[in-house]
Design a protein around this ligand. Structure first.
Ligand code: DOR
Ligand code: ZN
Ligand code: ZN
Length: 354
């Protein structure tokens, strides 16, 4: 049996408020525990989006009633809300800026709006960015000029990771996460997954892009699932929304990569625990650990997931390593595929005084 610290996923979509047929705080945090994650940071592209005090309270109240694991909630950058967001800093996981098209209405195209958010959000609090290609390069340039620390979400392409690595080497305050789907899938998998189901932003990339992520592992601070559940009916429909569920498949994929020699256990723990804790300024979870049967060989099945999505782009993939038991703050919360704790037993980690 392998014992890991409680893993932290700094990028998940819980879909509540507004789209609980895809996921809610109960099912999403059950998926987290089943995947070995004891803390999740939830993105603000809900319906309504979390962009002010009222919607933040709405999301946090729902989480407070329903979450099985610990959590914090991001606030989203809008066209008009830069000046009012600093009042929410102590209650928020961080600030999220969507600079490229993705799921939901929160896209910012005007650089004067980016600049306002870069100025208003406190420099010692995390500002996370969804940006790709040219947009990523522009955001990085602006942040460096303004000496504004930033974190890039789900970087997927060779040019992007090389740009970020070079920025790090010249001392820029930039951190970066990558997803399991960009580490373990490429565009060559699209025919097998199906075109609607493989829709995700950033898109699945080339083999060279995937290789560049592995080659630059030292420049990658965090792994983040970008757990973005949509139903199969939606994914197989006429306008498939982008996103994959990822919380329950991430750790088995990483453990399999360790088995194959692509990753070490220390590198995994740094990217799924130590670094996110430090970067996002998250509290300790005392008496918290994850027990893994590292010899269990099994096949991923969407039908077995706790997530309401009920499907996975990794369907049928053989992996090695399985979460058997999770203890959170001294209490057994997951055992033998069952959630053992009540909804609402998860804590808002921004409400913990430390
Ligand atoms: O594929 C994605 N889905 N990328 C995102 O950035 C958002 C996410 C979602 O919320 O569905
Ligand atoms: Zn994103
Ligand atoms: Zn996301």
């Amino acid at each position: 049996m392998l014992r890991l610290p409680g893993l932290i996923d700094p990028h998940v979509h819980m879909r509540e408020p507004g789209a609980t047929h895809k996921e809610d705080w109960m099912s999403g945090t059950a998926a987290a525990l089943a995947g070995g994650f004891t803390m999740v940071l939830a993105m603000p592209n809900t319906m309504p989006p979390v962009c002010d005090a009222e919607t933040l309270s709405l999301a946090l109240n729902l989480a407070g009633q329903k979450a099985h694991c610990d959590y914090a909630q991001f606030v989203g950058a809008g066209e008009e809300n830069a000046a009012l967001l600093p009042a929410l800093v102590s209650r928020a996981a961080g600030l999220k800026l969507y600079l490229d098209q993705t799921y939901g209405p929160l896209r910012l195209t005007d650089q004067t709006v980016w600049r306002r958010h870069f100025e208003c959000w406190p420099n010692d609090k995390l500002l996370c960015i969804h940006a790709e290609g040219e947009t990523l390069a522009a955001a990085l340039k602006l942040a460096e000029e303004m000496k504004r620390p930033i974190h890039f979400c789900h970087v997927s392409q060779k040019d992007e990771i090389l740009l970020i690595r070079a920025a790090k080497e010249r001392g820029a305050a930039v951190t970066v996460e990558v997803t399991p789907h960009h580490l373990f899938l490429t565009e060559t998998d699209i025919p097998a997954i199906g075109s609607g189901r493989s829709e995700v932003r950033p898109r699945l990339a080339s083999l060279a892009d995937q290789q560049a992520l592995w080659d630059n592992l030292e420049a990658i601070d965090c792994f983040a699932s970008d757990h973005a559940p949509h139903t199969l009916a939606e994914k197989d429909g006429l306008t498939p929304p982008p996103g994959f569920p990822g919380l329950e498949t991430a750790l088995p994929l990483y453990l399999s990569a360790i088995e194959s020699g692509y990753l070490t256990l220390d590198q995994l723990i740094a990217r799924c625990h130590t670094n996110p804790k430090l970067i996002f300024n998250l509290p300790d979870q005392p008496e918290t650990w994850v027990e893994v049967d590292e010899n269990a060989v099994w096949r991923i099945r969407g039908a077995d997931l706790h997530s309401r999505a009920g499907w996975t782009p990794f369907e049928g993939r053989q992996v090695q390593g399985r979460v058997t038991r999770v203890v959170l703050r001294g209490r057994e919360v997951f055992n033998d595929d069952q959630i053992m704790c009540a909804p609402g037993s998860g804590r808002d980690v921004r409400a913990i005084i430390h």
